[in-house]
Design a protein around this ligand. Structure first.
Ligand SMILES: [Zn+2]
Length: 242
């Protein structure tokens, strides 16, 4: 058996290299240019970002009010995009494709979730045993009436008074519009007409969201943030049950 193996391996193998191996270039490593400096509103330090940050490299997760302000600034950039397209034809093509309408619509759709996170956080951090006071289902912090009464009774902030009744009504309208967009395909229904006191709409009509509507929604969010910041966390004045 051993002899058999020896015989088998005795033949010689000659390897010749006729061509030099191809030299492939290494892939280029291109570092992204730093586009923007971010001034952390929480710790006041500055760092470079490539995207809209949810975290600060120094102080960690952004405060709820700060991350809402950051989302507002991104939304404002998106709204302003149409002004940056210098080619009029290109701009009108995009308008015809519904790109700008979609941006305005998505800002109104997102309004309620920013509204919810601002007030859920404000309520939970200012009210003792907040969890036991929050109704279990139905996203209570996306409902303007609930937020209005909870903030007045439990936190001591009267939103319609602080904002002005017109602004508060516009906020209620934005939330009602968002409901129509998300739950009724953007078609005005009886519930919407009941929620809003003055409306140019009729049942079955398509709800139009303009750039001005989106812009006003962002301004209203900024006002809500500044009211919450003005009141800090010390204003918790849980009213005693009567
Ligand atoms: Zn920070």
């Amino acid at each position: 058996m051993f002899r058999h193996l020896q015989r088998k391996t005795s033949s010689s193998l000659k390897v010749t290299v006729s061509a030099r191996p191809a030299i492939r270039p290494l892939p280029d490593i291109v570092e992204k240019l730093s586009r923007r400096k971010f001034n952390c509103p929480d710790c006041r330090k500055t760092f470079v970002v490539y995207h809209s940050p949810a975290f600060c490299v120094f102080s960690g997760r952004l405060e709820t009010t700060s991350s809402v302000l950051e989302a507002i600034s991104v939304a404002r950039e998106s709204l302003a995009m149409e002004d940056r397209i210098m080619d009029a034809d290109q701009r009108e093509d995009l308008r015809a494709a519904g790109v700008f309408d979609a941006t305005a619509r998505s800002i109104v759709e997102q309004f309620a979730s920013h509204f919810e996170s601002l007030f859920r956080h404000a309520f939970s951090t200012r009210v003792p045993e907040a969890e036991s006071l929050i109704p279990a289902g139905g996203n209570p912090f996306q409902r303007a009436e609930f937020v209005e009464s909870a903030m007045r009774a439990d936190v001591g902030i009267d939103l319609p008074r602080e904002l002005g009744v017109d602004t508060w009504e516009r906020i209620c309208l934005t939330i009602a519009k968002r409901h129509v967009l998300i739950h009724n395909g953007g078609i005005v229904d009886a519930k919407f007409l009941k929620t809003v006191s003055i409306s140019q709409y009729e049942i079955g009509e398509r709800l139009m969201i303009t750039r001005q509507d989106a812009d006003a929604a962002l301004t209203d969010l900024e006002r809500l943030v500044s009211i919450l910041r003005m009141h800090g966390r010390s204003s918790a004045t849980r009213s005693e049950p009567k």
